[in-house]
Design a protein around this ligand. Sequence first.
Ligand SMILES: Cc1cc2nc3c(=O)[nH]c(=O)nc-3n(C[C@H](O)[C@H](O)[C@H](O)COP(=O)(O)OP(=O)(O)OC[C@H]3O[C@@H](n4cnc5c(N)ncnc54)[C@H](O)[C@@H]3O)c2cc1C
Ligand code: SF4
Length: 528
Amino acid sequence: MATLDHDVIVIGSGFGGAVAACRLAEAGMKLLVLERGRRWTSETYPRDVDDAWLWNQDQPHLFNGWADLRTFSDMWVAAGAGVGGGSLIYANVSVEAKPEVFDQKWPRGITHAALKPYYDRVAAMLGLAPIPDNQLSARYWLMKEAAEKCGWGDRFHKVPLAISFDPDFDPERAPARADSHSKPWINPHGVQQGTCVHCGNCDIGCQVKAKNTLDLNYLAVAERHGAEIRPLHLAMMVEPIDGGYRVHFDRLDGGRRQRGSVSATRVILAAGSIGSTELLLRSRDQFRTLPRLSSRLGKGWAFNGDFVTPTFYKGRKVSPSHGPTISSAIDLLDGTYKNQALFIEDGGLPNLAAEFIRQRLKHLPGGKLRQLWEGLGAHADVQDPLDGLMPWFGQAVDAADGELYLGRLWYMPWRRTLKMNWDYRASEATVNAMVEVHEKLSAATGGTPFVPPTWTVARNLVTPHPLGGCNMADSADQGVVDGHGQVFGYPGLHVMDGATLPRAIGLNPSRTIAALAERGAERILQTA
Ligand SMILES: Cc1cc2nc3c(=O)[nH]c(=O)nc-3n(C[C@H](O)[C@H](O)[C@H](O)COP(=O)(O)OP(=O)(O)OC[C@H]3O[C@@H](n4cnc5c(N)ncnc54)[C@H](O)[C@@H]3O)c2cc1C
Ligand code: SF4
């Protein structure tokens, strides 16, 4: 048998990939991580208009920016691109799924109780904490007031955050929220971090390293144990070979694409719901290297019920760009409102984004955008509508009936493109219930909601929480991988990321994705 290059190749370095890389490298395996995005640092996060904000999957050698925004016909999907995956860009909310979520559609053996030790392991690695009482944001108080006025006060609570807080921090100390207030400290993995200064930039990268992103914990530990991480390596296809698998990739350095490949006994796809599903679809349907993959591949995709309703308040400072992007939730997951499982959160707006919108819209010479801005001003503070803006956010258990597949574009018929079939109808009642709850919370607190016409008219949605595509199940008739993430029909090939979740969980998914990866990696070690 030919000698293979590595014991394990992990494709992608987000919540699934970082966890798997860490645990298998710790156990002494020779491990390689292929990551399509760059290795960002707090000094290189995009900040200016001309910086590398966007990833382009068609031209990744030219546009390998921070965020991948896929625009399928009725659904847009946002994800991070870089070493650390979605943790770089996420709002740091790290919550466990509800026990009831595991009652249906999961493979045997996966329950909340079975996942609990792994949830706890993730919590310890990510250093979770709620926002301290002396640092609560205006949005927190607005959420609390709204919940109480709607009779949901007992359902309002803080959420665990992967943020390092300084207990002595004073958000109003001049100059307010300046980076200079951050205190350096060394985390348990030997990496220097800072403490939170409430600048509101969580979704565009924390410049003071207060976010406990995966590159500062799981991936740092993996590298300390010898794992090699290769950024700007886009995996294109997986092929079985004698004794393992070969991964073909494009290296994206210097504005060029250079082909390469590498082999290992075991390959773990952790490229996210869209990325891992696309890789397997291309391997099965385009390159025909994995023909035995389940016919369920691409099916059962969920947007996790994500919805944002901007609401404008007159005479009330909401300051959406002050404080961590999200800090609290109203838990309606038991279906108390119209029998729909809903989880409401306070959204936020990065300071830079708010400033950008202000500058661009405020100084427009006339026309529709200027009128819109002035119209919004009438519902909020005329001087600055953004200061009175509350982006009510939320997730829900949607129908999980989307399907990813390879199709062709009429203007490029020679190329196979990732497409999505998603129809709003099966999830319409769920989204409408979310909108109604946002409207109730707004009305109870004197706000004027602006329900986006992208939903009311066009029935289009945007999600930062794509789930499914390589769903877990008990058999290949029902799904693509087993309960530990091993691909049916291909021993040694695994998926460990959001692609494996067989249904929407109705709240932020990263902790569940990481817990499942902890469990999947443990299984590999038990059976290796
Ligand atoms: C703005 C925003 C805010 C969010 N806030 C929260 C939150 O507060 N809490 C929460 O739980 N979730 C949040 N999420 C969602 C969360 O980020 C995702 O659920 C999570 O990152 C998914 O983990 P994953 O391992 O499936 O994939 P990811 O974390 O997306 O990791 C996949 C990795 O694979 C890489 N990759 C993809 N394709 C390839 C390829 N072909 N070759 C090599 N590498 C590849 C990607 O660049 C990426 O690094 C947020 C998402 C967004 C966009
Ligand atoms: S609020 Fe600012 S300092 Fe705090 S975690 Fe978010 S980005 Fe970092």
